[in-house]
Design a protein around this ligand. Structure first.
Ligand code: PGA
Length: 242
C-alpha cells in the first residue's frame, strides 16, 4: 500500500464518465507533475481506461472511482478489488455523492467496499458531504457524523484510508463554502473521533485553478478532489503546481 504519511498533500482527479484513449494521450502529454515532490497526484479515469492510464504512469498514481464489495460471483457488470489489484491500482474513490444519490449507495455499502479495498492494499478515498437542504437546516455536522460512523470501516486508520469532504451542493456548481467554513468542517471531522485526528482530509466541490491554492493551504485541509477542473491538463497542472 502507498505510504499515505509520506505525502504532504493529495490532488485527486475524478474524471467521472469522461475521457477516451485520445483524451488520455493528450492529457498525459501536456501534464506536468514535478519529480520527487511531496504532493501525491492521483488520476481516476473510467474503469475501462484504468490499465491504459496506468501504462502511462509517470509521477502520478492511478485510482478507480468505485468497486464491488464482493470478491467474485454472480454480480454482472461489477468490478472486483482483485481486478484492481492485478492492475496495480493504488486508490479507489468510494461513496462519492453521485454514487450515493444516483445509484442509491448506502453508508453500509461504502463501509463494506472500503474494508474490501483495504484488504487488497488499495487506499479508499471515502467521500462524505451534506446536501443543500441539510446545510440549510443546520444539519451538516449530524449528517457528517452519521456518514463517518457508518461508512468508515473498523479496519480503517490514518495509514490506510483518506477522507474527502465534498458538500453535495458544491459539486459541479461553481459554488464553494467559505474558506472559514471549509476549515471549520474539516476540523469538525478531525475532532469527531480521536481516530480521525491524523487522517488526511481532502476538500472537493468546485475546486479550480483560482481557489485551489487557498483551499489546500488551510490548516485542516490535506488536498483536493477535483472533478471538472481536472479534465483540462493545463488547469490541473496549475492546480498541482501551486
Ligand atoms: P467538481 O467535482 O470539482 O466538478 O465540483 C468534484 C467531485 O465530484 O469530486
Amino acid at each position: 500500500m502507498i505510504e499515505i504519511k509520506s505525502f504532504s498533500s493529495f490532488f485527486v482527479a475524478n474524471w467521472k464518465l469522461n475521457g477516451d484513449f485520445k483524451f488520455i494521450d493528450q492529457f498525459i502529454e501536456n501534464l506536468k507533475v514535478s519529480n520527487g515532490n511531496s504532493k501525491c497526484v492521483v488520476i481516476c479515469p473510467t474503469s475501462i481506461h484504468l490499465d491504459y492510464l496506468r501504462q502511462k504512469k509517470n509521477n502520478f498514481y492511478v485510482g478507480a472511482q468505485n468497486v464491488s464489495e464482493h470478491q467474485g460471483g454472480a454480480f454482472t457488470g461489477e468490478i472486483s478489488c482483485n481486478a484492481l489489484s492485478e492492475l496495480n491500482i493504488d486508490f479507489c474513490i468510494l461513496g462519492h455523492s453521485e454514487r450515493r444519490h444516483l445509484f442509491s449507495e448506502t453508508n453500509v455499502e461504502v463501509s463494506l467496499k472500503s474494508s474490501r479495498v483495504i484488504e487488497y492494499n488499495i487506499v479508499p478515498i471515502v467521500c462524505i458531504g451534506e446536501t443543500l437542504e441539510e446545510k440549510e437546516k443546520g444539519k451538516t455536522n449530524d449528517v457528517l457524523s452519521k456518514q463517518l460512523d457508518e461508512s468508515i470501516p473498523h479496519s480503517s486508520n490514518s495509514d490506510n484510508t483518506i477522507i474527502a469532504y465534498e458538500p453535495v451542493w458544491a459539486i459541479g456548481t461553481g459554488l464553494t463554502p467559505t474558506l472559514e467554513e471549509i476549515n471549520k468542517t474539516h476540523k469538525f471531522i478531525k475532532n469527531h473521533n480521536s481516530k480521525y485526528a491524523n487522517y488526511k482530509i481532502l476538500y472537493g466541490g468546485s475546486v479550480n485553478a483560482k481557489n485551489a491554492k487557498e483551499i489546500v493551504s488551510l490548516s485542516n485541509v490535506d488536498g483536493a478532489l477535483i472533478g471538472g477542473a481536472s479534465l483540462k491538463s493545463d488547469v490541473f497542472t496549475k492546480i498541482i503546481a501551486d
